[in-house]
Design a protein around this ligand. Structure first.
Ligand SMILES: *[C@@H]1O[C@H](CO)[C@@H](O)[C@H](O)[C@H]1NC(C)=O
Ligand SMILES: *[C@@H]1O[C@H](CO)[C@@H](O)[C@H](O)[C@H]1NC(C)=O
Ligand SMILES: *[C@@H]1O[C@H](CO)[C@@H](O)[C@H](O)[C@H]1NC(C)=O
Length: 416
């Protein structure tokens, strides 16, 4: 039990670190050396491929349509001879029958807004990486190396974890509510889920997907889909979205950065986007699926170490994370901005919380117990168990002044 707790806390700390990095980098950005500057310019050239077509978003983003066979992911050393997969080979089967009765209070599928970006056939949309993006990404390693514990400062979360120490998982699923919390420029707020595979030592492998308002990542205050992966606890590998090599995009229109087409409101319309990550055991990749059946891309097992490279996960997580910014240590709202009070539509939620088992079946959690981690009084998370919307988790809160723990050890104490 102690060992499991430590593992969990290590993970939480790494996660906090990962999400923290974005803020950290902005400060660090001003002080990069000439050498680092040259390295960044070199990486930019490698990351940004020659586009077939280019779109300019209303917020100043540049979206390039890149030849699917020339996308930056393929520059990953492990993907030298990788043949792009255009469809899955062995998707899991749904084991349970969903939506047996029609429920009045059922949320509607939000869908994904095309954004006016329609890349030509044979190409994929990839947001052009800027120098600022890479400076932010770079400080991941810087922060990781520093012993200065205040790197962790500013991150708080409400998370439920399924990790019983013996079960292996082959996928994770949830309908995530599309609330769009208000955040300031250097803050963020997520609603997401992730699969975790442990490698030796603290080299945590994970793949994270979901929704976030994240101005430093996306340049606006819209709710957007994001991905993150790492093969070593964010020490040297991994990144958000397309900021490094490894994630392979196959969908012509939708991918990391896409916006849900409908935003939920408190006591108003409730909408969800379905996210699904699963291991295709024939192809040996982790597929990313939007809205139930839209395969948008994948992470090859070969970019990971530990269990994710072998095709299974040891832990599954659902929840939200927020980050305080320069606004005097106040963490932003999470989910709808309201605490989970057991009433549907009041707080952010996950419905149809499911995993993929060893028989390649999608399974409801039913009464499987999960562990909660909440480290700020302004958030909470509740496991409702099985409902008419499958296994449901309600989460979030108004945000506010969270404990300013600059010391990871103090965070650990709080948990126990
Ligand atoms: C991090 O620290 C280690 C050991 O102190 C050092 O070898 C390594 O070069 C550092 N990495 C970065 C990116 O600063
Ligand atoms: C750690 O970083 C914080 C903020 O950047 C700074 O104020 C503090 O002096 C640093 N502490 C050490 C021991 O370097
Ligand atoms: C947080 O949620 C848990 C689980 O539902 C509940 O027992 C607890 O009372 C809640 N905490 C607060 C402060 O509302």
């Amino acid at each position: 039990m102690g060992g499991t707790l430590i593992k969990f806390l290590v993970l939480v700390l790494v996660l906090f670190f990962v999400l923290n990095s974005i803020h950290y980098e902005v400060e660090g950005g001003e002080s990069i050396s000439e050498e680092e500057d040259m390295e960044i310019e070199r990486q930019l050239k490698i990351l940004n491929k020659t586009p077939i077509k280019t779109f300019h978003s209303e917020f100043g983003d540049v979206i390039d349509c890149i030849d699917i066979y020339k996308q930056p992911a393929l520059d990953h050393p492990a993907l030298k001879n990788h043949k792009i997969l255009l469809r899955p080979d062995n998707p899991p089967t749904r084991h349970t029958t969903e939506k047996t009765s029609s429920i009045i209070d059922e949320p509607k599928t939000s869908g994904i807004r095309p954004d006016g970006i329609e890349c030509p056939k044979g190409t994929v949309p990839i947001r052009r990486t800027t120098k600022e993006d890479l400076i932010r990404a770079k400080s991941l390693t810087k922060a990781r190396n520093g012993s200065n514990a205040s790197n962790y400062y500013g991150e708080h979360g409400a998370i439920l974890k399924l990790d019983n120490g013996y079960q292996q998982f082959y996928g994770i699923n949830a309908d995530i509510s599309t609330y769009q919390p208000t955040v300031y420029e250097d803050e963020f707020s997520t609603a997401h889920m992730w699969v975790v595979g442990n490698a030796k030592d603290e080299q945590l492998n994970n793949i994270q997907v979901g929704l976030a308002v994240h101005p430093t990542l996306f340049g606006d205050h819209r709710l957007r889909m994001f991905t993150y992966w790492t093969a070593d606890g964010s020490y040297k590998t991994g990144c958000y979205n397309f900021l490094c090599h490894g994630y392979v995009q196959i969908h012509q229109y939708f991918g990391p950065g896409s916006k849900p087409s409908r935003i939920s409101t408190y006591d108003g319309g409730h909408y969800v986007n379905r996210f699904f990550i699963y291991q295709d055991r024939k192809q040996k990749v982790w597929w990313l699926v939007f809205t139930g059946d839209t395969h948008v891309g994948y992470w090859p097992n070969s970019i990971f170490s530990g269990s994710l490279s072998k095709g299974f996960a040891n832990g599954l997580y659902w929840g939200g994370i927020t980050k305080a910014g320069s606004h005097v240590g106040i963490n932003p709202a999470m989910g709808s901005g309201h605490y989970p009070d057991g009433v549907y539509g009041h707080s952010g939620f996950f419905h149809w919380v499911q995993y993929v088992n060893g028989f390649n079946q999608i399974i409801d959690l039913k009464d499987t117990p999960m562990d909660a981690f909440v480290d700020c009084q302004w958030y909470n998370i509740t496991n409702l168990g099985y409902t008419s919307n499958g296994n449901a988790i309600y989460f979030g809160g108004p945000g506010g002044r969270c404990p300013t723990l600059s010391n990871p050890a103090a965070k650990m104490k709080m948990q126990s």
